[in-house]
Design a protein around this ligand. Structure first.
Ligand code: ADP
Length: 266
């Protein structure tokens, strides 16, 4: 019981050990509390779509609903929601397991980034959002775990698409600054209120008040971004102007080509 008073034995060394033990107990307690909260949140996130599916199916079974296109659409939407949450949990698990085991290679930005951005071309088109990409003309190389960094860009661009209304722009850009590479995803979407901004990289944090619960996943997308970027020795920051847009910036250290075995792709 770490709330119990410490024994007053006058022995300083003993006291230090007891104090250290008490701090460890406190940390364990906090870790357990966090885990409890995370599990409760995941439980809630999965429970909602599962309830919708179960209720719909039961209503059909009882003859209260007919199997029509609208029902199919609802079931598909809710299933996709569960799928997104499960995918995010899987990504986070991979990140947790592999943060120290980055599988880095030299990647030429001009060959890599257009491929990732083009994955979103159809969706952007469908939603009448302009997705623009700007890159330097001269080849720029980044030393990175290609799969994990691709996931980072996918998470940022899919968020930007989710929160940007038709007719607006999303800018994806890369440039080389002194000793660093700057990768940015900027949108002209709804923005994030200042009170939420410091927490968006936390696991399971979602801006819910003004948002439709239907959008987004479990609030893990940006936590994954931060962990992957940090694992690369980089830093991710966000600035946002409510009603005007949001800008995520990633700074990655530029590596000296000679320091590594050039395990170049292509
Ligand atoms: P999720 O997995 O639910 O999308 P994220 O970790 O990606 O969660 O994002 C955390 C919160 O930040 C979400 O509530 C989302 O609404 C908000 N957010 C993330 N990106 C943007 C953006 N580009 N514009 C506005 N809000 C955003």
């Amino acid at each position: 019981d770490f709330d119990a008073p410490l024994p007053e034995n006058g022995d300083e060394e003993m006291q230090k050990v007891v104090n250290a033990f008490s701090v460890t107990q406190q940390r364990l307690h906090e870790a357990r509390e966090t885990r409890k909260k995370v599990l409760a949140d995941i439980h809630h996130e999965l429970r909602t779509p599962l309830n919708v599916i179960a209720n719909r199916l039961e209503a059909i079974h009882l003859g209260l609903f007919h199997w029509d296109e609208q029902t199919a659409a609802v079931l598909q939407e809710e299933t996709e929601r569960i799928q997104t949450i499960v995918d995010e949990l899987e990504q986070l698990n991979d990140v947790d397991a592999g943060v120290r085991k980055l599988d880095c290679i030299w990647v030429v930005v001009q060959e890599w980034l257009p491929k990732i951005v083009s994955l979103f071309a159809a969706e952007a088109d469908h939603r009448s959002v302009n997705l623009k990409l700007s890159m330097p003309v001269s080849p720029l190389c980044i030393w990175m775990d290609k799969n994990k960094m691709s996931q980072v860009v996918v998470n940022l661009v899919s968020n930007a698409l989710r929160y940007t209304p038709p007719g607006k722009n999303i800018f994806v850009g890369v440039k080389s600054t002194i000793g660093q590479v700057l990768l940015s995803v900027r949108d002209e979407g709804v923005g994030i209120e200042p009170e939420h901004l410091p927490f968006v990289f936390e696991r399971l944090y979602r801006v819910e008040s003004s948002r439709n619960r239907e959008t987004g996943g479990a609030g893990l997308g940006l936590a994954i971004v931060k962990e992957v970027v940090n694992a690369h020795g980089g830093e991710v920051t966000v600035r946002s102007w409510p009603g005007k847009g949001t800008c995520f910036q990633i700074l990655l250290p530029e590596h000296d080509l000679n320091q590594h075995d050039v395990n170049q792709e292509n």
